[in-house]
Design a protein around this ligand. Structure first.
Ligand code: CMC
Length: 438
């Protein structure tokens, strides 16, 4: 794992802040690319003032070398490599190595890494009993949160965050076992027996086999579909300091073990404004049902008094096209073509909705483009996954990013427990009144 050179970020410039006639100089830093950053970390100690930034729209929470997004340009880089190039030429395991280690692997490094991941895909057999404790109709994301959190109980020999070897073992265990856990959650939710991992298959291939094979008959993974799945994993592998990654970092900042931190990230990802959006987007397309009903839903999305939003549109950071959506759209068409899916009414709704939203003044003005979740839902449905599994697949792929970000945080000498402050608007100090007098 890499350590970074912090001195490179100093610009020597300062920003001046004046409060009640008193002036404060705040250091300005420069990243490798992207906007400059004003350091307010000493502001409270110096001035007695906090900064206020709900939703962290102007706040950098950490100094990271892993992923870069330029929302205006619609650019996403993993360790400097464009997502389009990685998705077109690389594999998910190569991408995982890159995110974890900072560089693309040599063929020797790649062999060692992929062997290590491939040979640790099985989970502790007792986890089979653990999964059976869930309700029959449990949402697979609920099972994911529970199972990944429970890994700290099954693999407690890799929970010491101060031991570099244990951190490495925990990181690899998570990347290796998360597809097995995700497939177990799926099989349990549909009442089929668990299919054990196969180490002769590639990462995505093995996952598809665990999801769709049954003991009663032979199952062969279509290589075009396996490649599309691998691409989907690459596209979702990391995304800078989004809500779930920040959750992983915040949980990890207290010294919590890595399995508990990733479980916290999965819980955060579940929300419909984040990873749950692909499930929500597909449910929305199903609800719209036919092309003639689109105007009704577009009107609802534009109505300020209606909380309805077009799921799969808009992004906090991308105010231009989501670069992942471009690759995802292409992968979506490849899958549909391979599977011979042409006349799907939901697809007609999706294509027409995309066309309308891209030309509608409201969406154009607010720069609300289709995001990755708009196309991933359609693709995953075509692959045979129920919508409840969509966020699980997102969590599977994002585990790699979370693990890389967690490792970076643990090794960061500037790292302290995350402890935001608040603008308190509640009652001023007052005296307790006895129950009888209230
Ligand atoms: N449909 C209709 N209007 C929208 C939408 C939408 N999907 N998204 C934003 N707006 C409007 C919003 O009402 C607001 O209007 P106004 O300025 O008149 O009040 C304006 O656009 C800005 O919205 P915001 O909520 O301030 O933007 P945000 O950056 O806080 O939210 C978002 C980003 C992704 C949560 C939001 O666009 C949204 O809820 N989209 C639908 C859910 C979705 O697809 N999420 C997946 C994100 S990509 C996957 C990931 O990275 O997790």
């Amino acid at each position: 794992m890499m350590t970074k050179d912090k001195s490179a970020r100093a610009t020597g410039d300062t920003a001046k802040l004046e409060i009640d006639g008193q002036s404060y100089d705040l250091p300005i830093y420069k990243g490798a690319v992207g906007p400059r950053v004003i350091d307010v970390s000493k502001l409270y100690a110096q001035s007695g003032h906090f900064t206020f930034d709900p939703g962290f729209t102007s706040t950098a929470s950490c100094d990271s070398d892993i992923t870069y997004i330029d929302g205006d340009k619609g650019e996403l880089l993993y360790r400097g490599y464009g997502i389009e190039q990685l998705a077109a030429n690389g594999s998910f395991l190569e991408t995982a190595y890159l995110l974890l280690n900072g560089e693309l692997p040599s063929s020797k490094e790649f062999d060692e890494f992929s062997n290590a991941i491939t040979n640790h895909t099985m989970v502790h057999e007792q986890m089979q009993y653990f999964v059976r404790g869930f309700r029959r109709d449990a949402h697979p994301m609920a099972i994911m949160v529970g199972m990944v959190g429970a890994m700290s109980a099954f693999y407690h020999d890799s929970t010491d965050i101060n031991d570099a070897h244990q951190r490495m073992v925990a990181s690899r265990r998570m990347i290796a076992k998360i597809p097995t856990i995700a497939a177990m959650a799926y099989k349990y939710s549909i009442g089929q027996p668990v299919v054990y991992p196969r180490n002769d298959l590639g990462y995505a291939e093995n996952f598809l086999n665990m999801c769709f094979a049954v003991p009663a008959e032979e199952y062969h993974v279509n290589p075009v579909i396996a490649r599309a799945m691998d691409k989907i994993f690459i596209l979702h592998a990391d995304h800078e300091q989004n809500a779930s990654t920040s959750t992983v970092r915040l949980a990890g900042s207290s010294g919590a073990n890595p399995f508990a931190c990733i479980a916290a990230g999965i819980a955060c990802l579940w929300g419909p404004a984040h990873g749950g959006a692909n499930e929500a987007a597909l449910n929305m397309l199903q609800e719209i049902g036919t092309v003639d009903r689109i105007p009704e839903y577009v009107a609802k999305a534009k109505d300020k008094n209606d909380p309805f939003r077009l799921m799969g549109f808009g992004h906090r950071v991308y105010k231009n096209y989501d670069p992942r959506a471009t690759v995802m759209q292409q992968a979506c068409h490849e899958v549909l073509q391979e599977l011979g899916i042409k006349d799907d009414p939901m697809l007609d709704v999706a294509m027409e909705l995309e066309k309308i939203a891209l030309n509608d003044e409201y969406f154009v003005e607010k720069k609300l483009y289709p995001n990755i979740d708009f196309y991933s839902g359609i693709t995953l449905k075509a692959l045979g996954f129920p919508s409840t599994m969509f966020t699980v697949l997102f969590a599977l792929a994002r585990t790699t990013g979370w693990v890389a970000q967690w490792n970076e945080m643990v090794q960061d000498p500037e790292q302290r427990i995350g402890r935001p402050r608040q603008l308190y608007s509640g009652a001023a100090p007052r005296d307790y009144v006895n129950l009888a007098k209230r």
